[in-house]
Design a protein around this ligand. Sequence first.
Ligand code: FAD
Length: 499
Amino acid sequence: MNKDYDLVIVGSGAGGGTLASRLIPLAQAGAKIAILESGPHYTRDYFTQRELEMMELLWRGGAWPTKDGAITMAAGRGVGGSTMLYTGVTFRLPDDVCGEWGVPGLTAEDLRPRFERIEEEIHVIEPGPEMVNDNNRLFKEGCEKLGYQVETIRLNVKGCQQNGFCNIGCISGGKQGTLEVQIPASVQAGIDLIPNCHVARVGERSLEVTVGKTPPGTHDGPWTPGDYAVRAKRIVLSAGAPGTPALLLRSGYGERLPALGKYFTLHPALTVYGVYPEDIKNYRGYPKTYYSPQFSEQDHYYLETAFYYPFVSTKHLGLWGRELKELMKCYNRFMTQIILNHDEALESNYIGLDAKGNPEINYTISAESVESLCRAQAQSARIFFAAGCDTVIMPCADRPVFKRGEVADADLERFISSKNYLANKTPVAAAHPQGGCRMGTDPATSVTDGRGKVHGTDWLYVSDASLFPKSSHVNPYLTIMALADRVAEELVGTSSSWA
Ligand SMILES: Cc1cc2nc3c(=O)[nH]c(=O)nc-3n(C[C@H](O)[C@H](O)[C@H](O)COP(=O)(O)OP(=O)(O)OC[C@H]3O[C@@H](n4cnc5c(N)ncnc54)[C@H](O)[C@@H]3O)c2cc1C
């Protein structure tokens, strides 16, 4: 079956959803535009807040392993992409990081008005005191006691009902991701949304796609199941940092674009726990309202508050048997922090293809990242103890579970060290895949220009996290949206000459 469009977007997450919403004026003027999304169209009624049931919202059941099995990655598979699951932690790309990226035309001045506009559209707010739960309050107190810098996290939520389990779908629609904001606006303006539509290959101004059955309880799209050849004057790939490089590799772009798939980063993360002497209510309020940037410049990590569900917590703790069982009994007393390392973009870390042609994450954590995660665990332990915890769990400690006073403060860095880091045992995770189609000017070291146009084409664009030339340091979604805004600006500006 054939379908003809003026423009087709592959993927509906932060990049694809935002791009679609920027093309609304074209759609209203009569352009035929479609969004093709591999995953189902879930809506808030579908979300149950039950952890095990909701793992189907993620690619590979929520634990997509790197090829070496050492890191598990989380990424959303459905309309809204990973914004269906994200926490809405909102950071602008820091000006100095933008400078380091060195993409011609991409400056802090260029991004600022885009950030301002997007933040207004998706309702970015400073959380009020009613959203600050015990974990966040105690984290702030701990940082303040130690004299560590602690800042409020801005969030894009509206009418938050404080259900707590944001990362398995927001049942009240409070999280203002593309599922709630940009996609409905685009569909209302006449843009076609095709869920369950997997794009296998990119041809010359065309795509090979297969539409699958609509899973029960999710929304239908306008196309019946089957294979389609989709022709379009312009094609924008927004399949995410693993998905877009993989799609281009499957389509034979690897030879002419040697940087394709490479310089992949993912913010390796450890979730660490402290045990507070009494029950604390972290399932209420918002999971993340404070962070500490204190150690970013020197040690390359951010500390953020977090809250996770029981099953995923068992994985994060990195313990087994009786010790794990005993600790899980303290679940209602857990304080939680997430350590996010901003990793180097290395050519040797890349998205490749597995034997079936699916994206494969070839990523080896560097010695620098391991050192950073270890130094961070010592600081996290200090914060937990300062906040009042009596026990902490640090996966890279000589004894992962230790109590206040057992280790002298001055010895923490010796006690928690990289000699205890064990690939495939230390529970490193990630949710910020970036790079693989990096922007730049030289086709030998980049894949697209500064507006997302794939080198050597005039019809093929990228608009997602794969554009990042290096890590964003901070949580990435807002930067992805701002880049989508730039890509859309070019598309709208050139639309009269599309052929
Ligand atoms: C649990 C979790 C919490 C997070 N919290 C935050 C946060 O608080 N703040 C923050 O800044 N970031 C957060 N992130 C990260 C953020 O959500 C992502 O960085 C961002 O959504 C990535 O945007 P994207 O457009 O690159 O990809 P995605 O949003 O992942 O969208 C890609 C889409 O493409 C689809 N796709 C893939 N391959 C194909 C194909 N071949 N054909 C058709 N469709 C395809 C996918 O199904 C997916 O829907 C979080 C992520 C997760 C998983």
